[in-house]
Design a protein around this ligand. Structure first.
Ligand code: DGJ
Length: 749
């Protein structure tokens, strides 16, 4: 039996340190009972979650006890495993940081190759430290919070045979029911060691049936939700593309087979990283489920010289007893408040018009200005000039040339960029005195061989000796691990942003990694990229930055640290977007999604969807906009746009700050529905959709969730119903035809 004290904080100092497990008999409680340690046992407690582990006195190993609903007082010890086969005791227990080579045959969280060639480790508890607040991670994006928001426990492990130390850092955000873990590996020996594998999080859950939920996709069909049984053996996914990728997202959820959107237990794991990654779920022979999220071992091979440290990215874990929806809302709240650094995280996202689908790369000063004039007439507040504006010796007329040469093309913009921006920002959005803002597209990590940059610096592109450099979209990737490349990007973007009144940047990235000088370039690139992001976003805090990678190829928490929004997909078909945006919302707040109305037939799917449906879907994203040339629209579509823009502006604050309730999923019904409830609970907006015409049948009621049962709500300025009624009975809509939709406002009376 172990015991966790729930007395109020006893620590006057903000940093407590315990040298050995035997020294401390009295439990320490820090920040209320956010972290409770008694020297051999540790508990992290949130409002509705407890995460508990202890030190095995015989081996110094860290043993997991519990990750789930709140635990109070004494906890029962796990039964001693009966060792009766050739899987030894270490293969029959739940371990916090499984190392390699000593009888646990499941996937290890760390594999260290010593100079002698061994890959064995024996990492034993040495001491621990508790810190109020959360220290940053050197060079990596990380969640943050004040001393009241978060408490951090660092457990120091040491391998006496190899002189390698590992620090496991656990931070608890009690209000978000979130525990964040990262790992430091330090070489304290005299020879080099190589880290071949390192997971930020490894969690062993007890013997029970579980299912895994994750996001898969490809270009223009990102974030499709998959759910399947966790089978005996290893199952997993990841990315080896050098970025988080369209193919899989660095996110995993584990649930019980009976868990639904609104009921049951759900664990969510989200890796705060943008590079290649690996997620593995292993159900071992004893029935425990181990989940690991971290670096992709095929692209790590990280050498540590004496005294050096490798810090893993951090992994966020949340627990929900209120289904998959509860898990998502915890992640959303955490990310809005404790991950996204931009001042625009939950505010001021102007309705925009992006030139890409309307004009392609065929842009010049006159057609961009015309687009701006048309935009202003519709009530748009920000004009974004996409690809095609740069390159002189190698003009960017299409995707074969120009990347790397970040100077405005003088033939297309004879009076320069500054003049165009001044002209655009002199326009006023219809019926307002709001000046139009100007935004610009860049893709700074890339180079076309047809560019001045490549001719001057061919060595800056990724390459491995004389191996041919594989082109994709006619471009190569700059080796952002090199400091001269980082400086080039920082300098050229700084020059661009100082050259005109630019208030928005769309930062694109349109291909995967290719020939690298070594596997470790993958992570070195990320450290370089984060340095570039950090420098530029702190230098230009008033710029609204948008991430993009051929759509949502880099929709991850690493990017969100610096950019408050990401272009969700190049698929702008409203019908397809319902699933893409609802899938993305599994892990990421809708505030972070860019979503636009484009023209029909849609450029990706050739489908024609009514403009209202396209608009309603787009306004579920925090950054609403248009991606079309208004001059080419049908008159009735054009006429519908001002009202849609106004409605988007009305619902935007609720989408940016509020909680999202996925009421009905597109993969399960013809009538997907989503409810957003404002942070203070006084307003809500319901989106109800019909995907396909439902001939001569009735339509289902949409039951609302998350309202205050006792409160009353006025629906669309008319009838008043109680929250209880709206949640028990719901609202019903009559739809006629394919792709129909309704947006309904609720005001608490
Ligand atoms: C890919 C992006 O996802 C598009 O929105 C557009 O910016 C193009 N690149 C431009 O090349």
């Amino acid at each position: 039996m172990r015991w966790f004290s729930h007395r109020a904080a006893v620590a006057a100092a903000s940093v407590l340190s315990i040298a050995t497990q035997s020294q401390v008999a009295v439990a320490e409680s820090v920040n209320g009972n956010a972290v409770v340690a008694n020297g051999t046992s540790f508990a992290l407690n949130g409002d509705n979650v407890s995460y508990i582990f202890h030190i095995d006195p015989a081996t110094g190993d860290l043993i997991s006890d519990h990750f789930g609903g709140s635990v109070t007082g004494a906890i029962p010890a796990a039964a001693e495993p009966i060792v009766n086969g050739w899987v030894g005791a270490t293969g029959r227990i739940r371990r916090e940081f499984p190392d390699q080579g000593r009888g646990d045959f499941r996937i290890p969280a760390v594999r260290i190759r010593q100079s002698a060639g061994y890959t064995i480790s024996d990492l034993q508890y040495q001491s621990h430290t508790i810190v109020q607040g959360k220290p940053g991670l050197p060079g990596l994006p990380a969640t943050f919070g004040s001393e009241e928001d978060v408490t951090t426990l660092v457990v120091h492990l040491h391998d006496n045979y190899s002189s390698v130390a590992a620090d496991l850092s656990y931070s608890i955000f009690p209000k978000s029911d979130a525990i964040v873990r990262s790992v430091n590996i330090t070489n304290l020996g005299e020879g080099n060691v190589t880290i071949d594998a390192l997971s930020s999080l490894s969690v062993d859950l007890p013997y029970e049936e579980l299912e895994m939920i994750y996001l898969r996709g490809d270009w223009a069909r990102e974030a499709h939700r998959e759910r399947r049984k966790v089978e005996y053996g290893v199952q997993g996914f990841g990315s080896s593309t050098g970025f988080s990728s369209h193919l899989h997202n660095p996110f995993l959820s584990l649930v019980h087979p009976s868990t639904t959107e609104s009921q049951g237990e759900a664990w969510g794991f989200s890796l705060v990283y943008t590079g290649s990654f690996a997620v593995n779920v292993e159900k071992g022979s004893q029935g425990f489920t181990r989940a690991l999220l971290g670096f992709n071992p095929s692209q790590l091979s990280w050498t540590l010289r004496p005294g050096e440290t490798l810090t893993s990215p951090e992994c966020v874990s949340v627990y929900s007893a209120t289904g998959i929806g509860g898990m998502s809302r915890s992640l959303h709240r955490l990310y809005r408040k404790h991950l996204i650094k931009s001042k625009f995280a939950t505010s001021d996202r102007p309705a925009l018009l992006n030139s890409w689908e309307g004009l392609d790369a065929s842009i010049n000063a006159s057609n961009v200005y015309q687009l701006a004039e048309e935009s202003a007439k519709l009530g748009i507040k920000l004009l974004v000039m996409d690809d095609g504006w740069f390159g002189n010796e190698y003009p960017r007329d299409d995707d074969t040339a120009g990347l790397g040469d970040w100077q405005v093309n003088q033939a297309k913009f004879p009076d320069g960029l500054g003049t165009l921006v001044n002209n655009v920002t002199a326009l006023k959005a219809a019926n307002t005195s709001t000046p139009l803002r100007f935004g610009i597209w860049v893709e700074p990590e890339m180079v076309n061989p047809n560019s001045t940059l490549y001719h001057e610096h061919p060595d800056w592109a990724l390459h491995a000796g004389d191996y041919p450099r594989s082109l994709s979209r006619n471009q190569l990737v700059l080796n952002v691990a090199l400091s001269e490349v980082q400086e080039f990007i920082i300098d050229s973007m700084t020059r661009l942003l100082k050259s005109a009144d630019i208030s928005y940047v769309k930062w694109d990235h349109n291909r995967g990694i290719h020939e690298m000088p070594s596997p470790s370039t993958d992570h070195a690139y990320m450290l370089g990229l984060y340095h570039v992001f950090e420098t530029l976003t702190s230098r230009f805090p008033d710029v609204l930055w948008e991430g993009c990678a051929s759509g949502g190829g880099r929709f991850d928490p690493g990017v969100l640290q610096y950019f408050p929004q990401i272009w969700t997909s190049d698929d702008t078909d409203g019908g397809e977007r319902v699933a893409i945006q609802m899938g993305t919302s599994l892990a990421y707040p809708p505030s972070a999604m860019g979503a636009h109305i484009s023209a029909v037939p849609n450029q990706q799917s050739s489908r024609s969807v009514p403009v209202e449906f396209r608009g309603h879907v787009a306004m579920m994203g925090g950054s609403f906009g248009l991606e079309l040339n208004p001059e080419e629209l049908h008159e009735d579509e054009k006429a519908a746009l001002p009202a849609l823009i106004q409605l988007a502006e009305k619902v935007n604050p609720i989408v940016l700050e509020g909680d999202m309730w996925r009421l009905a999923l597109p993969e399960e019904t013809n009538w997907p529905a989503v409810l957003f409830i404002s942070a203070d609970g006084t307003k809500a907006v319901l989106f109800a959709f019909q995907m396909r015409a439902n001939i001569d049948n009735s339509s289902p009621w949409v039951r609302l969730e998350g309202l205050d049962a006792k409160a009353e709500y006025r629906v669309d300025g008319g009838s008043v119903y109680t929250g209880q009624t709206l949640m028990s009975m719901g609202l019903q809509f009559v739809f006629e035809g394919d792709y129909q939709s309704r947006v309904v406002m609720l005001d608490r009376v």
